[in-house]
Design a protein around this ligand. Structure first.
Ligand code: GLN
Length: 290
């Protein structure tokens, strides 16, 4: 006799048991993966626990559960992650959007009014969450996004199309490299790599599966932030804003760098865990030469 085909409820329970040793959130992970393999929401699981998945649905579900048990991030399995109430396409070539980065977006939106046709630059755009969200929320702005990785730019392009802001200018290169030397912006934002190269966190959790290029930046993690702080003053209009996400322990070092380069109004902003996570500054413009 063939074994009985498990119902959704039974499949879910087996998956929770399978994942429990490997994740802190086995039920949530299993439910999200089951919903995505069925193409249904969680209310469907609650309403129809006795239904049976098709062999195709069950096959995909168990394939994902095994990958999840091996540590693969949920966002890469289902191919998306929500950010600022929009679903963004993500693949292993880009950083998975983090809720902390919504703080940077909130600070950017507070600096650019809805009527303004501001010029905005997002450095290291990755999946494009910052550039696409700002372009969608500030439709009159002209948004430029730069990334070193062609793979990341392809994802950012798909996200721009998905969210109706295909006019974003996407450029490939290192930091300010692809820009004309005299091109200036009202606002420059970046969530650059800021983890120290040998930080043990890089070998843990989701970070093991994310691109090193998006995460690590030199022995102290400050290389990219240093490059951006030095370069942004050549690409900000007088009175233009610089917004940088950084590690919880990098605020003081970044503030020193920004002050040394002549930025004004340097302020730290805290994430939901209470860590200083984003630093903002203003470029006052060139001092009259003596
Ligand atoms: N800007 C993207 C994000 O905030 C990518 C950042 C990165 O790859 N370091 O998720």
């Amino acid at each position: 006799m063939n074994p009985p085909i498990p119902t959704l409820e039974q499949a879910l329970q087996s998956a929770i048991d399978r994942l429990a040793p490997f994740t802190d959130t086995p039920r949530l992970d299993a439910e999200v993966l089951l919903c995505h393999s069925l193409g249904r929401d969680r209310a469907y699981l609650r309403a129809w626990p006795e239904r049976e998945p098709t062999p195709g649905q069950a096959g995909r579900f168990w394939d994902w559960i095994e990958q999840r048990a091996a540590g693969m991030p949920i966002a890469y399995l289902i191919g998306e992650r929500e950010f600022w109430l929009r679903d963004f396409i993500v693949r292993p070539g880009v950083l998975i959007p983090r809720p902390e980065t919504e703080l940077l977006v909130e600070l950017a939106l507070a600096r650019i009014s809805i009527q303004e046709s501001a010029a905005i630059l997002d450095l290291g755009t990755g999946s494009g969450i910052i550039a696409v969200t700002l372009a969608a929320e500030r439709p009159r702005a002209s948004v430029t996004a730069i990334d070193l990785s062609p793979e990341a730019l392809a994802v950012a392009r798909e996200n721009a199309v998905r969210h109706g802001v295909a006019h974003i200018r996407l450029l490939q290169g290192a930091w300010f490299g692809p820009l004309a030397t005299d091109e200036r912006f009202d606002l420059v934002a970046s969530n650059p790599p800021y983890i120290a190269e040998r930080d043990p966190h890089l070998a843990q959790g989701d970070l093991r599966f994310e691109p090193a290029l998006a995460l690590a930046s030199g022995p102290t993690g400050l290389d990219a932030l240093t490059t951006i702080a030095a370069g942004a003053r050549h690409h900000l209009k007088p009175g233009g804003h610089l917004l940088l996400e950084h590690g919880y322990d990098q605020a003081a070092a970044l503030a020193d760098l920004l002050a040394a380069h002549g930025y004004a109004d340097i302020a730290h902003h805290h994430d939901l865990q209470g860590h200083p996570r984003t630093t903002t500054a203003l470029w006052p413009g060139l001092a009259p030469s003596a």
